[in-house]
Write a protein that binds this ligand. Structure first.
Ligand code: G16
Ligand code: MG
Length: 223
């Protein structure tokens, strides 16, 4: 039986990708004279703050123009824009089906932890009113490698004293699904089935998530 569920945040619990993208676009335009194409919204999903900035500088052919200190400063500036953008986040911003899913997992005594790349994850969960529902939040600042490396999902399982093999990982990004599988977990994903084909189960929307779906996927993958 599934003992734990380890969740990604952005794209699974709430849609912060649009705010990340708006903040990066503002930074790129106003501070770097780079115009970001819309495709970057997806490209930066699950990618850490510093790695996102490096991708943007690379795209603008400007990576070699900035020192490590400049990069830290620019990343902090972007985070300021981002925090402004998510100021009004509330429980209305929880994605469809997630509140119900959390209640079902709780009712079945499934431990819940968060494996987000976001350093703002605790603050976001508080705004959504979900902070107290989670048994643990893995700290992305403490893991060596970001997604697609499995580190953050391994940390998420360890934080609730479970083996990865006892957990289902939940993701919306290709890099995240890779991380879950390399952590040795069963993967449930939301999004495009072709894109996320490495997951054990892909559903089109978060409204399709349920305890039964997770448990069934877990049992099938272990059969
Ligand atoms: C999220 C977003 C990424 C963002 C990263 C770091 O990942 O998808 O775009 O760059 O967190 O966020 P922050 O700047 O808040 O530390 P996830 O893992 O929740 O999908
Ligand atoms: Mg995500």
């Amino acid at each position: 039986q599934m003992q734990g569920a380890v969740f990604d945040l952005d794209g699974v619990i709430t849609d912060t990708a649009k705010y990340h993208f708006a903040a990066w676009s503002k930074l790129a335009k106003e501070n770097l004279d780079i115009e970001l194409p819309a495709s970057f919204e997806t490209e930066l999903k699950g990618v850490s703050r510093i790695d996102s900035l490096k991708k943007i500088l690379e795209y603008g052919n400007k990576l070699d123009q900035f020192s490590d200190d400049d990069i830290q400063e620019l990343a902090a500036k972007k985070n300021g824009y981002y925090l402004e953008a998510i100021e009004g986040l509330s429980k209305d911003d929880i994605l469809p089906g997630i509140t119900e899913l959390i209640a079902q997992l709780k009712a079945h005594n499934v431990k819940m932890s968060l494996a987000s790349a976001s350093k703002n994850a605790p603050a976001i969960l508080k705004k959504l009113g979900l902070f107290d529902k989670f048994d643990a939040i893995a700290d992305p600042a403490k893991v060596a490698h970001g997604k697609p490396a499995p580190d953050i999902f391994l940390a998420g399982a360890a934080a609730v004293d479970l083996k990865p093999s006892e957990c289902v990982g939940v993701e919306d990004a290709v890099a995240g699904v890779q991380a879950i599988k390399d952590a040795g977990m069963v993967a449930v994903a939301v999004g495009d089935a072709n894109e996320l084909a490495k997951a054990d189960k892909v559903v089109p929307t978060t409204a399709d998530f349920s305890y039964d779906l997770f448990e069934e996927t877990f049992e099938k993958a272990n059969a």
